[in-house]
Design a protein around this ligand. Structure first.
Ligand code: ADP
Ligand code: MG
Ligand code: ZN
Length: 657
């Protein structure tokens, strides 16, 4: 397999030389022997990319590519197989949608879920791109319409499930049309190593056998090397270009706090996001129900979602959330797959997930539109214990891996290093800057305590005095001089370390113990998670190592760098007015609000405040179809608002990103 960096343009000559727009030419920078032919193909590619850029502006209203989009599109346009790994919100769909519009023939998009297909096809329709889907939720007539659209070459893209694609009926359809390429979305579903294996995806291996010349692009947000190579292998890709983006989600602000009175903590987050959409994850169903009841009784707009509910109720609540009839969905992790809602502004975890992969997935549902969003996690020792308990019956090998992942997750919570850096490091990437300006650590919401070395030494010697036979809760009690019966009965009030940290609350001491575990100075052993001092911890006792111990210093702020940038120049009142207008438009059209316009487009409207159709087209995310469709009504609303509020219209902005 080829390299993993994202340098792009590393095209090599391919063995077969796939067809490029039907002309049958190979291409590659090393292809000097091919001389003139190479230049022609390269020149044609340039033209293709120019055309793609034009359609990006015309249909989607975007002027620039997001990172690696251009490289990914070059692969498709140039007939090169590719595996494109970009984080959620990285703009993977456009990597195949934009080439599909410009290339001759029909693009086939494989997608695992009807909800995903529906959202994408609806969104394409809103942009004026002829696309259809064939799935079991459509009537016979509707399917017939789509097939007709394929036959008379009206459609540029068709979305299908993998099992439908490989049916004899559909293969027969495909044999009769000109295929531009096949895009496999959520391609990790093909791999058993992924988090979402779908056996039907395996059948896609047939494609290369049945259509040897077809170009395949595979798209996923799953980062591991194993999944990547599995995708290439299972789909029989031909020397695919591997395009791996940065996994950093710079617009997400990560915050981690020990769990206290959780309902109050959750309310604090919700109060920072009045009227905005968000998700609250709970580990267990019963926590979903109780959290939801408590929040509803306080007047928050919430709905529950978990696997124990009736299908109909679940679907109803999901729709309420997607169509912005409720602000917040309270859910187990059963919720989320197949939800492409782009303007989720916060994701709260009321417990620690069992791995950073899970955390990345779940928190990643925030801010798909690239605007700032907050990801808050509240964790406790208890969560660690719960997961460990749930893992006790696993096969030994799987259990070992699960426990390692769990302990990495735990270190993330308690380690107190930049959250962006920690997540990236876990996925084998480097942040490349010192301060992310988008996590509680870098925003200075946690401060270092002054006497970390002495405090840590007190904790570690107490663990040794307790013969490394007790857990975190007990140790914290001894250190804070608790008069609990169990301690007195054990005679531990006579230890020299008893009450050494009695100036601090037990919660604070317990949290420092967790931080020391997170930094590998202490390990939690055995079924009861008894604390043991590691060799690294011995280094602290001898003064060779100094841990970092953090304590909360100030209230979490809503703003981060990402936030200030994307609100710059935006009139928030106008944004709210446009948001209401968007909601009523969406209701009339029977599509989710974010399919009409994303939050980024609304903010740009409330920033530029265009009063003419030409000005409206300048807005990021407004293409020609949407401009025709909604220009009048939105411009009217902008003018009304601006004159009522003495606001300047047509603010001239050279190029806001
Ligand atoms: P992914 O599938 O990688 O999670 P999507 O394809 O759903 O991401 O895109 C995420 C968001 O980014 C969408 O709102 C999309 O409109 C937006 N987007 C995609 N490409 C661009 C671009 N070139 N410029 C601005 N926004 C873009
Ligand atoms: Mg996607
Ligand atoms: Zn940071």
């Amino acid at each position: 397999m080829r390299g993993q960096d994202s340098a792009g343009n590393r095209y090599r000559e391919r063995s077969g030389g796939l067809s490029f727009c039907g002309c049958g030419a190979g291409f590659g920078t090393s292809d000097l022997r091919a001389g003139a032919r190479f230049i022609t193909v390269e020149a044609m590619l340039l033209v293709m990319i120019e055309n793609i850029k034009k359609s990006l502006a015309a249909y989607w209203g975007y002027k620039d590519f997001l990172p690696l989009q251009e490289e990914a599109m070059r692969c498709i346009a140039g007939g090169r197989d590719s595996v494109v790994v970009l984080p959620t919100g990285g703009g993977k769909s456009l990597c195949f949608q934009a080439p599909a519009v410009t290339m001759e023939g029909l693009a086939v998009v494989v997608s695992p879920l009807i909800s995903l297909m529906k959202d994408q096809v609806d969104a394409l329709g809103e942009c004026g791109v002829p696309a259809g889907r064939i799935d079991s939720s459509l009537s016979f007539e509707e399917q017939g319409d789509v097939l007709a659209g394929i036959h008379n070459k009206k459609l540029k893209l068709v979305y299908l499930s993998p099992e439908r694609l490989v049916t004899e009926d559909f293969l027969a359809v495909l044999r009769k049309v000109r295929l531009s390429f096949v895009a496999v979305d959520e391609a990790h579903c093909v791999s058993m190593w992924g988090h979402d294996f779908r056996p039907e995806y395996r059948q896609l291996g047939l494609l290369k056998k049945l259509f040897p010349g077809v170009t395949i692009g595979a798209y996923t947000a799953t980062a591991t090397e194993q999944v990547r190579s599995d995708i290439a292998e299972q789909l029989s890709l031909d020397e695919p270009e591997m395009l791996i983006g940065s996994f950093d989600r710079a617009n997400l602000v990560y915050k981690v706090r020990p769990k206290g009175s959780i309902v109050r903590q959750v309310c604090e987050v919700l109060d920072r996001h009045k009227g905005e959409s968000g998700i609250i994850y709970c580990i267990r169903r019963k926590d979903v129900d109780s959290m939801c009841d408590e929040l509803a009784s306080k007047g928050y707009s919430v709905a529950p979602y978990h696997a124990g509910m009736e299908n109909g109720d679940r679907k109803k609540n999901q729709d309420l959330f997607i169509n912005e009839k409720v602000d917040t969905i309270v859910a187990t992790i059963a919720f989320g797959m197949g939800i492409d809602k782009s303007n989720v502004r916060y994701v709260v975890h009321t417990g620690m997930p069992k791995s950073l992969e899970h955390y990345q997935q779940e928190s990643g549902r925030a801010g798909r539109d690239g605007l700032e969003a907050e990801c808050c996690m509240f964790h406790s020792d208890g969560d660690y214990g719960t997961w460990k308990f749930l893992m006790k019956d696993m096969e030994p090998e799987a259990q070992e891996i699960a426990l390692i992942k769990l302990s990495r997750m735990y270190s993330y919570c308690t380690g107190g290093i930049c959250r962006h850096k920690a997540i990236l490091r876990y996925f084998g990437q480097d942040l490349g800057k010192g301060n992310c300006e988008a996590c509680d650590v870098c925003l200075g919401e946690l401060g270092r305590i002054d006497d970390a070395l002495v405090t840590a030494q007190k904790i570690l010697s107490c663990i040794l005095r307790l013969d490394e036979r007790f857990g975190g809760d007990y140790t914290a009690s001894v250190l804070t001089g608790s008069r609990e019966k169990r301690i007195l009965e054990n005679g531990h009030d006579a230890l020299s370390t008893y009450g050494l940290l009695s100036d601090h609350s037990k919660d604070a001491v317990h949290n420092w113990i967790d931080q020391l575990v997170g930094q590998d100075y202490i390990e939690k052993a055995g079924e009861y998670n008894v604390l043991k001092v590691t060799p690294k911890g011995r280094g602290v006792l001898s003064g060779r190592e100094t841990p970092r111990l953090l304590k909360p210093t100030k209230k979490p702020a809503k703003v981060s760098k990402a936030a200030t940038d994307s609100w710059e120049g935006v009139d928030e009142g106008l944004f709210e007015a446009l948001r209401r207008l968007r909601k009523s438009i969406a209701e009339d059209r029977g599509v989710p609000a974010f399919v009409v316009f994303g939050d980024a487009a609304l903010r740009d409207m409330a920033r530029r405040r265009p009063s003419t159709p030409a000005g409206f087209l300048e807005v990021k995310g407004v293409g020609q179809t949407k401009s025709k469709q909604y220009g009048k009504i939105i411009i009217a609303a902008i003018k009304d608002y601006c004159s009522a509020n003495s606001l300047k219209t047509d603010v001239n902005l050279p190029c806001m990103s």
